[in-house]
Design a binder for this molecule. Structure first.
Ligand code: NAD
Length: 363
């Protein structure tokens, strides 16, 4: 298994293979780029079929974190960690402590956080061995208040602000009253977004595969519930994906006609080419890692300390970043996905160090 010749290797600064035979830990930490600051990114635990799959995931995800933090205007670089194992049966304190020791050994070049397969309990176990961890279950902010470690309300705020910018750009609307929005997924972010949209007067269609979440949306928000497979074909102005990745693909685009697509889910484009397809069809896509950056902004302030007002102000900046992306895309007639990547890499380059695989995109 080659690392330097791997198709997803993008001049990563450091890739660390972590093995602790006593606990059975097998993990990879990838530090993509630290030009803007220490590499922050979640630690995922997943039963990867092969080590090659794990390497691919960590290389891609860490690069994505560089782009995300860059456009979020944070003094952070991009990194990610993956633990190879079953998150339900494969965890032990010894394994988590061994992982914490590996994170500590990097001296703060990589800062970890929760991701799929890990949560508060794992972060607390890491924190027994390293300072370089964020997302404990509660924290005291600079103003002395206690805030939850869950960043999803900030993510939802960023999506709300970004969605408003997108409808301004594509539909020339400033007002959300009567705006028809379909939300896929009524989890942490989806519900919080739905509450904001409802308060602003939008009409909501929602779906979820988990009945209790659907019921909550019906009771609290008076939203119209549709079957998960019917969410794409609705006659709405905005489609807000807030469940899983890969949902913008050839099949869904056959029925998805919403002029604006703006939601929290990560990795929404099944392939990079879908960004160009959306542009040709005049469907304005808010790049996922830009519009959903409220979470990492929140986590950043958990690290450095900051008031709720500071976090909100920073998250609201997502609107301005998206405006710039939409306008550049419109002027150059290129996909918003490409503009976002270029802008993010320009900012990394401007940090003044020799560049990573950015040349390919900036050329
Ligand atoms: P969550 O697990 O709380 O909610 C996801 C919801 O989607 C669940 O209710 C689940 O039942 C539902 N769902 C799953 N598959 C579905 C399907 N096929 N159709 C309809 N509903 C389905 O997760 P979350 O924290 O709300 O995050 C939502 C998305 O946003 C994820 O892609 C996540 O990676 C991304 N995201 C979240 C944050 C955050 O701060 N939580 C930050 C950035 C990105």
């Amino acid at each position: 298994m080659s690392v330097f010749a791997h198709p997803d290797f993008d001049q990563h600064e450091q890739v660390v293979f972590c093995h602790d035979p006593a606990s059975g830990l097998k993990a990879i930490i990838a530090i993509h780029n630290t030009h803007l600051g220490p590499a922050l990114g979640g630690c995922r635990m997943f039963p990867y079929a092969t080590e090659t799959d794990a390497l691919r995931d960590v290389l891609r995800l860490s690069r994505g974190m560089t782009l995300k933090s860059s456009l979020a205007g944070l003094a952070l670089g991009g990194g990610k960690a993956v633990i190879i194992g079953d998150p339900h049966t494969g965890k032990s304190q010894a394994l988590l402590h061994a992982m914490g020791d590996f994170i500590e050994s990097l001296g703060g070049r990589y800062i970890t956080a929760a991701d799929s397969g890990t949560g508060d309990a794992e972060m607390q176990a890491f924190a027994q061995r390293t300072r370089h961890v964020v997302g404990a279950s509660s924290r005291t902010t600079l103003d002395g208040s206690i805030a939850s470690g869950d960043p999803s309300p900030s993510t939802a705020l960023g999506v709300f602000v970004g969605l408003r910018e997108a409808i301004r750009q594509r539909l020339g609307r400033n007002d959300l009253a009567g705006l028809k929005v379909a939300i896929q997924g009524m989890g942490h972010v989806g519900l919080s977004l739905a509450r904001r949209l409802k308060a602003a007067g939008a009409e909501l269609w929602v779906c979820d595969i988990f009945d209790a979440n659907v019921q909550r949306a019906m009771d609290e928000l008076d939203a119209r519930v549709v079957r998960p497979e019917d969410i794409y074909g609705l006659d709405v102005e905005v489609f807000a994906p807030c469940a899983m990745g890969g949902i913008l693909n050839e099949q869904t685009l056959e029925v998805l006609r919403a002029p604006v697509i703006a939601g929290a889910a990560n990795n929404q484009l099944a392939t990079p080419e879908i960004g160009a397809v959306l542009q040709r069809r005049n469907q304005l896509w808010a790049p996922d890692y830009v519009i959903n950056a409220g979470g990492i902004i929140d986590v950043y302030y958990q690290r450095i300390g900051g008031s709720a007002a500071q976090i909100d102000a920073h998250v609201k900046g997502i609107g301005e970043t998206l405006r710039e992306i939409f306008q550049r895309a419109e002027q150059a007639q290129i996909p918003t996905s490409l503009v976002a990547d270029r802008l993010a890499l320009e900012r990394v380059q401007a940090a003044g160090r020799p560049e990573t695989g950015a040349q390919r995109l900036l050329a």
